[in-house]
Ligand binder design. Sequence first.
Ligand SMILES: [Zn+2]
Length: 685
Amino acid sequence: MGINDFWTDALGDWMSVCKHEKLSNYAGQRIAIDLSIIINKSLRTDIDRLSATCNPTYKCKDLLQNIIVEHEVLTKTGILPVYVYDGMSPEEKKKEKERRRALLEKAGDKYIELRQQAIDNINAVEPIQFSAEQLKEATESRMKSGKPTPNDQTNILQWMKKQGLECYGSLLEADQQMVALEQDGIVDGIMSEDGDTIANGGKVVYCKLSRKGGYLTCKVFKRDDFMKDCNTYNSKLCTYPELMVDVALLLGNDYMSRIRNNGPVMVLGKYANNEAAEESRRRGNTRGRRQEDGLIDRLANADDKVTFINTLGNNGKRALTEQQRTQYWEARKYMLHAPVIRKNRDTNELYIGPLNDLPAGDGTDWIAYLGSSCGLELVMSDDNLLNDIYNCNILPLTRKPFDCYDGPHNEDGTNAEWFQVLDFNKDPIPIQPTLCLVNWCRARGVDVHPTRSSREYIEQCTRNCIRVNKPLSDDPLTPITGAHDGYRLIKNRIARNDRDTWNNNFVEQMHNIKTMNDKVLKHYLDSGNRADRPSLHERVKRLVESGSYSIKSISCRNVESIDEDTNGSKCILFRFDCLSSRTKVIHQVYAVFEDKKDGEYMIKLSSCSCKKGQYFCSHLIGFLHIIGIVQTHKINSEKELERLYPTKPELIYKEPIRIELNILKDMHRREEAQSKRQSKRQRTS
Ligand SMILES: [Zn+2]
């Protein structure tokens, strides 16, 4: 979370003066990246959030996919990512960790509360039953509390090693190790959104990463440039570079919670002219110089800095409490001198050294100086262990071998997939998320579905399986990995033609549909309750032109409506993949049309796995555009369209998750079996 008010205040006007630039300007640079930054934001899908919060925990598969995509996006700019893994968490940060854990648990408290009720009722004759709303709320709260586990770190690390990517482990936190790697010349810069990286001494810090106009952009903090005498940043950090760590601690950061009243004005000083500053702020330019009345100015002038902090560290008037005092000096020691792993350039030997040299005359005894209880002694006496941590031969976070994090196993020792194993004592059946129960049953060959089966039925099936101790099926049903159900308002239809199954000859069907000209599209846009905004048109156009549609993935088949307004109407369903322009996630899109000459688009029956999917999203609108292109350019074959429409390589090489198609295959297999049985009965009777 970094330092409070760091970017907006401590860096002065740096944020507005320093412009975003393309990351590709830095092609060839070796940039250290804290894995925890990309891993936390990559935990996105429901199935992953459930996997991470399950008892036992499962590997988050989409997470790995997202990291792979993230890595591809980064390397496409030409930079060379060097990944750095967190080690054991240090004492100093424990408080913040505890606070965050409490926050996470708060995120999950709705789940924990109902789970306790379920546990209390575990032996009741009549099982407790929660309402659909309660369950929904509890599951959502549980998913919110999800974060990547050591399973996931190991999974990603193993992928990186297989790819031959360069990665390093840290003794304690990645933040300090990244700075050490930069100091040692192993990397040219650090990618971080955390102000502590700058306070810790990072020289070139790539931050504020964003996607603008299809490019990855960032702001680059360059210490040498920032510290130049002629700089226009108006930052107190330039005035007192040696007090950076004190600014961080006085403002409050991960190691030291903010002391009451020590806001940015108190620590850094009042603005020289508040009115002018206010005006500047309005214009978004500069906020001007601060007066020399901040705590930091007084600290700089104090002869005895320790006494100053201890007696006046609370808003310049009050002494720190005993606890604050301890925290301040421990944190300061750690930030400046955290133990990091270094490599002797001549001998290639690894050794543990401080981030910055220990104060003279003090600290020949590391452990006494740092007061660390993170197994420092152990690593210092074991060169192999040090080597394994640095080179990520084990998981640096726990210092345990990879095979400890293989994920849960079935009774026969094979790896358990998708909730095949669930601990019903820890999460009793009534509180288990539907998706978990469904996949547990499907692994045992019991055909249940999150939206087509009732919750009651799913719970009943689970209890039956437990009662008869039903083993895993040799031919399990395909797991269901998402809540999105393209079949919410449609069902498969048999019309005795080649579209009774999934069919890739879709161009002919496209020509059958009502001509998609601009007028028709506008009409659909209006009826879709999406205002006819030029920006939306622009976005759709970009989406189509950027090759976000996978033509190869388009397939169609006969369906019929089960929606009350259009029940029974004969339709044709197009299913395809579309790459999200922003998140690089592949969405599964279901577009439904009337199955007749000049068939209309069935807006209500169509859907997409993206968040906006239920309201006619840009992925669906873009598909109508593509149909329009096929119609007006008289494209007559799928091959021709594939040739004319260049699909993004991510879509071709990345194997999309075909789970849903498989489910549909399951359904079809069952339908076929059913109709065979029926005709057999008819023949025999
Ligand atoms: Zn969509």
